[in-house]
Design a protein around this ligand. Sequence first.
Ligand code: IMP
Ligand code: MG
Length: 176
Amino acid sequence: MTTVKVMYSAEELADRVENLASEIAAKVSGNLTVIGVLKGSFVFLADLVRALDKAGLPCHVEFLRLSSYGSKQKASGDVVLIGDYPDVNDDRTVLLVDDIVDTGNSLTYAVKLLKASGRERIMTCTLLDKPSRREADIEVDFVGFTIPDEFVVGYGIDYAEDYRSLPYLGMVEKVD
Ligand code: IMP
Ligand code: MG
């Protein structure tokens, strides 16, 4: 049987997202397009854009979907875009939003993709950062929580598509 141990409650997540939005609003000016990396960022992104609006930074919202070859335990580093390219006007600052930066390969690929299409002002944001697992040379601009190398679920984040709907963030534990 598996249980989920709470790492951050719904209230703790809400508090941090609100603070993070204030940090972003203090650094970003002008027109902003937030691009969520699907699927894991969808709950975080929904809360973040409303907190940004509250902090005085309304934004446009786009999504992109990436796929990485190989199993997640042993990431190969090969990432590809699946589906449509996000629609961003030239004059806008981009904030790429992901759920977790682990090896960093996914976010590095997404930044490269946007740069290749001529976007110059690209900032990055992740709810969770696992710096101990980093392979790619990427510094994330805005980080919600820095966490150890634990497998987490909830608040949009899945384990084999389960647990995305949990309102809190937790760790899956096997119990007898
Ligand atoms: P990476 O930074 O390219 O290695 O990949 C980050 C992606 O791997 C995240 O956006 C998640 O989709 C997934 N991932 C990494 N760690 C976890 C975890 O602990 N739980 C669930 N998904 C994870
Ligand atoms: Mg992801």
